[in-house]
Write a protein that binds this ligand. Sequence first.
Ligand code: ACO
Length: 152
Amino acid sequence: MINIRKLEENEKLPINLLILADPSEEMILDYTSRGLCHIAEVNGEIIGAYVLIKTRPKTMEIVNIAVDESYQGRGIGKSLILHAIEQAKESGAKTLEIGTGNSSIGQLALYQKCGFRISVIDKDFFVRHYNEKIIENGINCVDMIRLSKDFD
Ligand code: ACO
């Protein structure tokens, strides 16, 4: 049975998970200090997490979402996104955003299946911000695809 809940202030960040979605620990520490981290637990073990931050008035962004490799492909990522959508609505947001690389085929599929629409392509984002060349699914990761979902 999976349980999704807010990470309490006295609990340690699940860095081992968050690092799967973002290789920069420095960035993770920065946005987790400004946002809310939620975790998914199975039998008391943390196997998934997401971080939600407020970016602009009535706009929030899922800046990190990750599921432990041995639990991927079982619907937990989708449950975390649906949970984030409810949290954003409860916080009064009208728009929820998420971004990923052009080569992240599975992530782009998941986000669109959860109702997100492509809004912006930030060309050469990964060329500008990362020193190492990133190749995923045989595709050069160069552009940031930003997606958003508006609430009624
Ligand atoms: N083509 C079509 N659909 C796909 C594909 C594909 N290549 N890959 C996945 N999907 C679909 C699945 O079929 C499923 O849809 P369904 O419910 O209709 O069957 C959905 O996408 C994925 O479902 P889940 O099982 O819920 O996903 P999972 O639990 O594996 O979590 C996640 C997804 C979080 C991306 C996980 O794979 C992960 O942690 N990856 C490593 C970290 C990462 O890349 N995080 C995102 C970075 S971007 C950011 O953090 C903002």
